[in-house]
Design a protein around this ligand. Structure first.
Ligand code: NAD
Ligand code: UDP
Length: 307
């Protein structure tokens, strides 16, 4: 029986990942400081004798005996990671060092939840793993973008210097149940606004694009990457390659919830990426993975959770 550590396990993706690993009969330890995560996300897992929760901040070293680590600890929504940007950088940099030290000592395999944000506001489209990105190092998104880039550097240096077994997943916009209603990201904002009969807030003109992956698909990709051969380190893009404008997303949500909702336009945040779509050729070829759940179906499941 493997013992698996999931940092950020009480968050949106982490809670689905813990549930999926428990279904595979592993022992799961969830470490979380509950900054954006919540107990409600893991309530249904608490009585499982193979599940443990530790309230802990990954910027502080920790000592556990484990076989695998999924390092998800880090706020992912722009409003939350920009609220305390110094802590965001610390979580990515000090947190990664602590987790990699733990992996090195225990000889555990460790997977880093990296992000499409390492590509910044991309000049190449769609984004392949070989693209080095276009990132502003001093803007409001930098604590997250540069923090995640530095984390990738640390993962590869621990791999080359100490032979730590690493896996890096570059996750593209993911959505689904267990997103906090005040998360601030676009899918949860639109659904919460639509269900409350409030105006739908599009930032800018809504021509910017994103590609939305349903959380169950993403979790399958993370586990496939962890369980793949050790020489498959990544970085590897995980996301849905079907691209939508934010305006199209708003129209879908309105159509599925409350057709009388109005759209209002607000200022576009600084450095907001204009286009984003993953090239998932590597995930298809190396992991046999591709997302299955279309946007319409995933939105309906998420709306059902929110209502
Ligand atoms: P989330 O905010 O719901 O979850 C993050 C979790 O990490 C929360 O439970 C939070 O309390 C915890 N956390 C934050 N800082 C911590 C710290 N210092 N110590 C311990 N725990 C801490 O976000 P999510 O969407 O579930 O994202 C999970 C991971 O996936 C993040 O690393 C994020 O960067 C990455 N990611 C997510 C997306 C996405 O679209 N959801 C896209 C790209 C990358
Ligand atoms: N966005 C929007 N309205 C909202 C929240 C977000 O128009 O209420 C836009 C945001 O400006 C960005 C896109 O939706 O262009 C995705 O934003 P999100 O915060 O979900 O993720 P990220 O920018 O990190 O991809």
């Amino acid at each position: 029986m493997k013992t698996i550590l999931v940092t950020g396990g009480a968050g949106f993706i982490g809670s689905h990942l813990c549930a999926a690993l428990l279904r595979k009969k592993y022992d799961v330890i969830c470490v979380d400081n509950f900054y954006t995560g919540c107990k409600n996300n893991i309530r249904s897992l608490i009585d499982n004798p193979h599940f443990e929760v530790i309230r802990h901040d990954v910027t502080v070293p920790l000592s556990l005996e484990i076989d695998e680590i999924y390092n998800l600890a880090c706020p992912a929504s722009p409003i939350h990671y920009q609220f305390d940007p110094v802590q965001t950088t610390k979580t990515n940099v000090h947190g990664s060092i602590n987790i990699l030290d733990l992996a090195n000592r225990t000889k555990a395999k460790v997977l880093q939840a990296s992000t499409s944000e390492v590509y910044g506001d991309p000049q190449e489209h769609p984004q392949k793993e070989s693209y080095h990105g276009s990132v502003n190092p001093i803007g409001p998104r930098s604590c997250y973008d540069e923090g995640k880039r530095c984390a990738e550097t640390l993962f590869f240096d621990f791999h080359r210097q100490h032979n730590v077994k690493i896996k890096i997943a570059r996750i593209f916009n993911t959505y689904g149940p267990n997103m906090n209603c005040n998360d601030g990201r676009v899918v949860s904002n639109f659904i919460v606004q639509a269900l409350r009969g409030e105006d739908i807030t599009i930032y800018g003109e809504g021509h910017q694009t994103r590609s939305f992956c349903y959380v169950d698909d993403l979790v399958k990709g993370l586990i496939a990457l962890m369980e793949a051969d050790d020489d498959i380190t990544g970085p590897i893009n995980l996301g849905n390659p079907i691209e939508f404008t934010i305006r199209e997303l708003a129209e879908h949500v309105i159509q599925l919830t409350n057709p009388s909702n109005q759209i209002v336009y607000k200022d576009l945040p600084v450095d907001d990426p204009k286009r984003r779509r993953p090239d998932i050729t590597q995930a298809e070829r190396l992991l046999g993975w591709s997302p299955r759940i279309p946007l319409q179906e995933g939105l309906l499941k998420t709306i059902h959770y929110g209502s």
